[in-house]
Design a protein around this ligand. Sequence first.
Ligand SMILES: [Mg+2]
Length: 247
Amino acid sequence: MRKDLVINSQQGFNVKNGDTGKELLDVLAGFRASSWNRKKVITFMASDKILAVDIDGVVLNHAAGMHAWAINKGIQVGCEPDACDCYTMSPMFPGRSYDEIMQLMVDFSQDDGFASMPIMSGFESALARLRDLHPEMKLIAITAPGNSERTKALRERNLRNLRFDEIHILDMHASKRSHLDRLPKSAIFFDDLASHAITAEEVGLTSVLFRQPHNLGDDHTLVARDWEAGFEIVRTKFAGSPHPGAE
Ligand SMILES: [Mg+2]
């Protein structure tokens, strides 16, 4: 039931593809029939506490997952995951062209290993503490790993235990602008690709560049070197305090 809801906190209690009338009452009736607490539901629906995140390199350790997958497939690797300092992963796959590495990424996105990538260090702890502080917080994923049905299913399986409210799955390396632009301006968004972080800033969101070896050369208004720093940035934003600044 909860997944059917998309709430626009700027416009009030809206139901996806519906309006604020009978459909909302029907939804609430459904929650009353369930174990949900109605007051909590209403608080959830009205929340302006929105944590939106990219997934690869922010929530899931894509480099570690792909490294393990490649070794398992007998594909030669050129470096450890945390030494892969190029977004196109050329150090991990030396001697291969850009197109060949992109094909490896596509192959990985179709493999069972894609659903078992390790969660980034510190993310679960940060998320648990934020949910303790703000039970009404919404968690939204905007991720561009490829949008085949197989890839979507694997991605959702990998994220299942993190209890996302929405998961937006886009074509590989697609622009996130239209999805970011639809978020309430109160949202805070994390990405490890500087161009996506810039887009989020351009559409009016609080935007954080999540530090990774491949973006060490990029600067941004807000930078989180890890999820402990990320937690502090989100905590202070939700508290209405000034941002702690960059790393
Ligand atoms: Mg990413």
